[in-house]
Design a protein around this ligand. Structure first.
Ligand SMILES: [Zn+2]
Length: 374
């Protein structure tokens, strides 16, 4: 009898676990939410047959407009707020802001890149592009060499910093001020922030010592740095606002000061214009032309290497000069950032700014919705 009861209990636990997995964590149901139902619906439709997240935020007040997610077991909000990923090249925006603020680079800093760079036995590939490129073009064409070498130079700069520890601590403080490297404490349970390499972590991980080259990869958003799609969207918010954000939230008319206090980034005000122009150039002529829109969107693609097909990512905001919406899209195994994430973000932005999609955009949305990569 006892064994029978044990078996029944185990079976019930299995069913409960399966139910939890099958239904995932949903959006809160208490109070009215800032989520725009039509936008949410479009986001969920675009993510059909894929594992990923689409997050959109109103930069003016931190209200989350869309928090669409999908997994093999259906929607699960943790896909957007509790699953840190390598940000890939979307992170180059944050790198540019930190490097400019510290005076390690200027908008005119040019780097030679011959389909990548080789240093000893380290080899980092890059796309074919004109060379040398300055900052704006390096962002627009997503030059890996530009970002890893300049990031490495910052960490190894012995005139600016007394030690590698001090350099990485300084770098990290910029990233943290943009909402990265830990949970932001949004008003939904289950949030988990990403990782940012810090001195303690690096000293533990690389016992034989480390320097800027050891962590080159972080320069292009791979390796010792991860962010959730929510954090990536907030990064886009800080850029849209040229240096500030409110902690993202889904409850309307909140009175909690956490969500009503404006947070300032550590980034120098002068660093924003060249980065924003680089993001605009990415959409006009660079790696993000597949956004395909007449709106002045600023954006940055990310293509993240991992086992299997690459992950596809994009962050952006629009309009360029008076931003109304910031978006982050992250689709597992979606291929190039330009293949999947960028056009999805373009559709979300169009739908929000126009109130509906044009006939051509509706067709594009259907084509994306029909793609199955789960
Ligand atoms: Zn390059």
């Amino acid at each position: 009898m006892q064994q029978f009861l044990l078996r029944i209990t185990a079976l019930l636990m299995l069913i409960a676990g399966w139910r939890l997995m099958a239904f995932g964590q949903q959006l809160p149901t208490d109070g009215s939410l800032t989520i725009r139902p039509m936008l949410q619906q479009l986001g969920e439709r675009l993510l059909q047959g894929k594992t990923g997240a689409i997050v959109a935020i109103n930069p003016a007040n931190g209200e989350i407009l869309c928090l669409a997610t999908n997994t093999p077991a259906g929607s699960d909000v943790r896909q957007a707020i509790g699953k840190p990923y390598a940000p890939g090249s979307t992170f180059k925006t944050a790198q540019a802001l930190a490097l400019l603020s510290e005076g390690i680079v200027t908008p005119d800093t040019r780097m030679e890149c011959n389909s990548g760079i080789t240093d000893g036995n380290i080899k980092v590939g890059c796309h074919k592009h004109r060379s040398p490129l300055a900052l704006k073009e390096a962002l627009a064409y997503s030059c890996n060499t530009w970002f890893i070498v300049n990031f490495g130079s910052m960490i190894n700069d012995e005139f600016m910093y007394e030690s590698h520890d001090e350099a990485i601590t300084t770098w990290r403080s910029y990233m943290q001020s943009m909402g990265l490297g830990g949970p932001m404490h949004i008003d939904i349970k289950g949030e988990q922030g990403g990782l940012l390499a810090g001195a303690d972590y690096l000293n533990r991980r690389y016992k034989d010592g480390w320097d800027g080259k050891t962590i080159w990869w972080a320069g292009m958003g791979q390796g010792d740095v991860t962010c959730t799609p929510l954090q990536l969207c907030n990064l886009a918010v800080t850029i849209a606002n040229r240096g500030w954000y409110y902690v993202p939230h889904v409850h309307k008319n909140t009175t909690n000061q956490r969500y009503l206090t404006r947070r300032q980034t550590k980034v120098a005000a002068a660093a924003y214009p060249p980065v924003i122009e680089g993001m605009r150039l990415a959409v006009e002529k660079g790696t993000a032309t597949s956004v395909k829109t007449t709106y002045p969107i600023c954006g940055k693609t990310g293509t993240i290497e991992n086992p299997g097909t690459d992950h596809s990512a994009f962050i952006g905001f629009a309009p360029m000069d008076s931003p109304k919406i910031a978006v982050a899209v992250y689709v597992e195994h979606g291929g190039f950032g330009a293949d999947m994430a960028a056009p999805m973000a373009g559709l979300i932005i169009e739908d929000y700014l126009k109130g509906k999609l044009s006939a051509v955009s509706r067709l594009r949305a259907e084509r994306i919705a029909a793609k199955r990569i789960l």
